[in-house]
Write a protein that binds this ligand. Structure first.
Ligand code: 5GP
Length: 185
């Protein structure tokens, strides 16, 4: 080999500029929802991003919301590999005390909805937040096995396996700045 790396990039499903435009729109929706409340100092909005998939969406989103924000991340262990959603294990979410705050969960995708249901219930029980909302970059309503719906959605998509912009396939492709599709799914 001559030292060249052969990189085949997945086909574009949603482009970088479409994502960035949409992120700004959702950020505006989020901001207008929270301007109904008096968010300042210790009452800043708490954004809880779900690792690893929502890391990139969360970081773009918070820079567009234009409100004081406290940024937290949680990692939910799930087992099951590849393209199927796993089952959640009881986590130590290592969050500070967020009692009585306004909390916005940020997910990469709501698929079966199990992650969202679990996290909403956990945060509700643990902290009794003033408000508890859910933003998701992607929503796959056809796969839902729970009653949960995100309050703020980037794109509603069909049952396709999506990668890029934080989402992985076996830990690959998170670094892509666009959303692509894994065809063999
Ligand atoms: P849930 O089924 O609990 O709603 O979603 C669980 C997790 O499954 C998501 O946060 C995401 O990490 C993963 N997931 C679901 N659908 C897809 C997909 O199309 N692509 C990728 N990369 N991950 C997905």
């Amino acid at each position: 080999m001559n030292g060249m790396i052969n990189i085949t990039k997945p086909a574009v499903f949603i482009s970088e500029s479409e994502i960035q435009t949409r992120v700004q729109k959702i950020a505006t929706e989020i901001k207008s929802f929270y301007t109904n409340f008096n968010l300042e100092n210790d009452q800043s909005l708490v954004v809880v991003g779900v690792l690893k998939g929502a890391a990139i969406f969360t970081s773009d989103l918070i820079r567009n919301i234009n409100l004081p924000i406290q940024l937290e991340f949680v990692r939910l262990a799930s087992y099951g590999d590849g393209t199927k959603s796993g089952v959640l294990s009881a986590p130590d979410l290592s969050l500070p005390n967020l009692r009585n705050r306004h909390i916005l969960i940020v997910e990469d995708i709501v698929d079966t909805g199990k992650t969202a249901v679990f996290l909403k219930q956990y945060l509700q029980d643990q902290f009794e937040p003033k408000t508890l909302k859910l933003a998701s970059l992607l929503n796959k309503p056809s796969k839902r096995q729970t009653e949960v719906e995100p309050d703020f959605v980037g794109f509603e998509i069909e049952d396709k396996f999506v990668i890029g912009y934080g989402l992985d396939w076996a830990e690959k492709y998170r670094e892509l700045s666009y959303l692509g599709i894994i065809e063999e799914f």
